[in-house]
Design a protein around this ligand. Structure first.
Ligand code: B3K
Ligand code: ZN
Length: 864
């Protein structure tokens, strides 16, 4: 297969001002008639995209074309000879009920829905399926009235009524020209949750959330999040909503989280529905951020879209940044930043330092679906954050205003975006662009030098950067790295925070002499997506854990210490020795205990301080290494912390016991998070008390956070109680698909005595739905990412099972299959034996001639 390349970009050779589509819906055979008004802008044939659809007829200006007047290939409809201005009428048919890819028009739970980003619209009708072709859409939907009482599309409804044969219709018009990837259509029977929002200019916008019958109460939190998002975007970015109504629809079968279709967002029900009994605090938190994310796309993505898919970070990186800022405002900046960086390190750093590494703006792809990655989203967001750090809040906001003003209604590029900040700041932004071109995570080395001779300037710190090679990019240039730093003494900071913007390989900065012991807090707030290699001693880290005014770095100091302990321990375990009692441990526990007892920190922060670096971070730092040794090192450190802090943990657990009715707010969630951390640490000692606390918590639980937390703790402890608890959990929740997903994921991550057979049995249970992405992600994804012992078994059974499941999914849904396969991206970080085992599986996958999606991932992963 031939890749698509950024350098080959050419504009479409026709202008498509208006598009009209008539859908006659039928699950087996839906007919789509499109009417396009085209005006030529450059010579050449008219080439339209189309896949898996049957062409019925083509008309030009009302004249039926002969079959010889056009060419139809597997992926295109080509008209060689067309006038300069004309109306094109195309009739096609498709079979939504047979569409297992969940791209284009498909049926989920008896309801019609669509997913068009990135290239799904071509599965609906022949059309220029590219983001730079923007058109004003009018959509008529005609369907059986009893089966599909609700008919929705983008924009405003302009007409509706009944037609013969028990059918009815609705006509929708979207006044904002848009690319077809933002098109949506929904039809079916729904319950609706209604509310409204008054915009900054006093317009009242009806808000409607459509869910499966009976689910409306579970959409309340999403509705609340939506209203807060709308208000926040006005406040923080001056962005007002533009259409006359805003709709969200929840569906159960969905390839990813949610989709920002203009005026009609479609959500995976797992990111929309929640109540105390069935959703965890993490679910609530994610609902809030994804509802915000999709809403924010209305400006960053829809009003201003992407010229081509290489510019994906233009909408995704910026929108993630915006949703992170929103969550920071809603839930506390420090805690939010810590969570975002933890996720960045576990997912994006792993990607950026493995075989799938690619720039934030890639230059070629086989399947664009494979580029909805942590790099484009999360690293893309970090680049926006660095811009803000570098330019300052006011200039950053000015640049955003220029962007919204200058590029509204267009399909833009990263260069155009950056030019707005150049205009706002007068800075030369050229050096910053390197972040968009260059893959890989920079290593930032910090060294303090003693210069006792000068009485005035006595301290010098030097920074040097280096980015290791990534596939296809051997040589790296220096990046512009904003470094926020500060000297900290035993009673707090000794100077104001500094911002050093590094542009070369090395840079040296001096600062005043302090005659007291002090440490340097570097990269405060995680001011750049880099891996810090600091010469900080244990004493420095303990000082920062206690005194750093930057909450992120206070947390980070503990993480750095823990990371060092974990890497040493994992290496010791791998070589068959027991870790030496580390002299740093005592001081570390002391600092942890102090934080735990300090009332000035919120509970959510304390919970994060008690959370270890992810296994992925340790794996990357210690690679190549036996992944089971990494996991055992985690158990060892948890046990050590629990031994060292047993009383503190017990007391905190008791103090966090819930009082009053459930509320999903950040403070209440923080209490539950801290309580959960204490319980899980206590369980790491196999403390009999922990087992009884967990059992008690499971019996008493009135919310899913406590219930599943207790269940997971019990499942780690093993023993009799586990099987019966798992069974009663299943019985209790088997009719709630979203909770059943949780059941499968807890099962997938357990240490079953009979190994892989238990997982295979789960995949054969009648409630396991292999065509539902959420269920498959719960079992197969949960297994590959969360069951270190079974997935990485040296007999290769885990890898084989996983590869089988990926191939099984590939037959139905290539984009989900390719995404699952990403779990193998760490293979080069593992020991030689396991590398061989995974290499065999990758070769096996490639040999089966999989989909383009899976082929691209497998080949890139396999390397040259
Ligand atoms: N833009 C969509 C993602 C589409 C993924 C297509 N493979 C959701 C989002 O980022 O908001
Ligand atoms: Zn997005």
């Amino acid at each position: 297969p031939k890749p698509t390349r950024l350098e080959d970009y050419t504009p479409f050779n026709f202008d498509l001002s208006e598009s009209r589509f008539d859908f006659r819906l039928d699950p087996r055979q839906t007919t789509v008639r499109s009417l396009l008004s085209l005006t030529r802008t450059a010579p050449g044939p008219l080439v339209l995209d189309g896949e898996n659809i049957d062409l019925v007829s083509v008309e030009i200006d009302g004249r039926l074309l002969k079959r010889t007047a056009y060419r139809v290939t597997q992926t295109q409809l080509i008209l060689d000879d067309v006038p300069d201005q004309f109306a094109l009428n195309i009739t096609t048919r498709c079979d939504p009920s047979a569409n297992t890819t969940l791209m284009g028009l498909y049926v989920s739970g008896g309801r019609f829905c669509t997913q068009c980003e990135a290239e799904g619209f071509r599965r609906i009708t022949y059309y220029p399926d590219r983001p730079d072709v923007m058109s004003e859409f009018t959509v008529l939907i005609d369907a059986d009235k009893a089966a599909y009482p609700t008919l929705l599309a983008n924009g405003n409804m302009i007409e509706a009524g009944d037609i013969d044969g028990g059918r009815h219709y609705a006509i929708w018009h979207d006044p904002f020209p848009k690319p077809c990837y933002l098109f949506a259509l929904v039809a079916g029977e729904f319950d609706r949750l209604d509310d409204s929002f008054i915009t900054m200019n006093g317009r009242t916008i009806p808000l409607e959330i459509y869910v499966d019958p009976g689910d409306a109460p579970k959409a309340a939190y999403a509705m609340d999040s939506l209203k807060r998002s709308m208000a926040w975007d006005e406040r923080a970015f001056g962005r007002e909503y533009d259409l006359d109504r805003f709709m969200i629809v929840a569906v159960r079968d969905f390839n990813f989280g949610a989709m920002e279709n203009k005026g009609l967002n479609i959500f995976n029900s797992s990111l929309l529905l929640a109540d105390a009994q069935t959703a965890t605090d993490l679910n609530f938190e994610r609902i809030e951020s994804v509802v915000a994310h999709e809403y924010f796309h209305n400006w960053t993505g829809n009003r201003i879209t992407c010229r081509d898919w290489f510019q994906l970070c233009l909408k995704e990186g910026f929108t993630v940044f915006r949703d992170q800022e929103f969550s920071a405002d809603q839930r506390g900046a420090a805690v939010q930043r810590i969570k975002d960086v933890r996720a960045l390190r576990a997912r994006q750093f792993a990607e950026d330092n493995g075989p799938l590494a690619h720039p934030v703006r890639p230059t070629e792809y086989l399947k664009i679906d494979n580029f909805y990655t942590a790099t484009i989203y999360e690293k893309g967001a970090e680049l926006i954050r660095m811009l803000k750090t570098w330019l300052g809040d006011a200039t950053f906001r000015k640049g955003c205003d220029i962007y919204f003003d200058r590029l509204d209604g267009t399909a833009a590029t990263v260069e155009q975006f950056i030019a707005c900040f150049e205009a706002a700041s007068g800075e030369d932004m050229h050096p910053f662009m390197q972040w968009y071109h260059q893959a890989g995570t920079p290593r930032l080395t910090v060294e303090r030098h003693q210069t006792p001779t000068s009485p005035v300037i006595s301290q010098v710190v030097s920074f040097s950067q280096m980015t290791p090679p990534t596939p296809g990019q051997a040589d790296k240039a220096p990046l512009m790295i904003p470094i926020r730093w500060q000297a900290i003494g035993d009673d707090g900071p000794l100077m104001d925070p500094q911002l050093t913007v590094m542009t070369t390989d090395t840079q040296t900065v001096s600062y005043p002499r302090f005659d007291v012991p002090h440490s340097l807090s570097i990269m405060q707030g995680f001011s750049a997506p880099a891996i810090l290699r600091s010469d900080a001693t244990t004493e420095d880290l303990i000082r920062l854990m206690g005194q750093d005014p930057d909450a992120f770095n206070r947390w980070e100091a503990g993480q750095t210490l823990a990371r060092r302990l974990l890497v040493d321990c994992a290496r010791a375990l791998e070589s068959g020795t027991m870790p030496e009692p580390d002299p740093a441990l005592g001081a570390f526990f002391g600092a942890l205990g102090k934080t735990l007892r300090d009332d000035s920190f919120d509970d959510a922060f304390k919970a994060l301080v008690l959370t270890q670096p992810t296994g992925m971070e340790v794996l990357m730092a210690a690679a190549p290494i036996d992944p089971i040794a990494v996991s055992e090192a985690g158990d060892w450190l948890a046990r050590a912390v629990a031994d060292g802090l047993r009383n503190d943990l017990l007391q905190t657990y008791a103090a966090m016991k819930d009082s009053g009715p459930f509320s999903p707010d950040a403070a209440s969630a923080g209490r539950r998070a801290l309580k959960g951390r204490c319980l899980s640490l206590l369980a790491a000692r196999f403390d009999p008390l922990a087992a009884s606390l967990a059992a008690q918590q499971l019996d008493d639980a009135t919310n899913m956070t406590d219930e599943i937390g207790a269940l997971i703790t019990l499942s780690r402890l093993g023993g009799q109680r586990v099987e019966s608890s798992m069974e009663s959990f299943f019985e209790k929740w088997k009719d709630q698909p979203l909770v059943l997903d949780k059941y499968y994921s807890v099962q997938a991550m357990r240490h079953h005595a009979d190994g892989i057979h238990a997982i295979i049995r789960l995949a054969e249970t009648p409630t396991y739905e292999r065509s539902n992405p959420n269920r498959v992600r719960a079992l197969v994804g949960g297994f590959a990412m969360g069951n270190v012992r079974l997935f990485h078994r040296l007999d290769g059974s885990g890898y084989r099972f996983f590869a089988d499941q990926v191939l099984d999914m590939d037959g139905r849904n290539p984009s989900v299959a390719a995404r699952l396969l990403g779990a193998f991206e760490i293979w080069r970080k593992l020991d030689a034996k396991r590398q061989q085992l995974i290499r065999d599986q990758l070769d096996r996958i490639i040999a089966t001639r999989p989909s383009k999606n899976v082929l691209e991932i497998a080949q890139r992963m396999r390397g040259a």
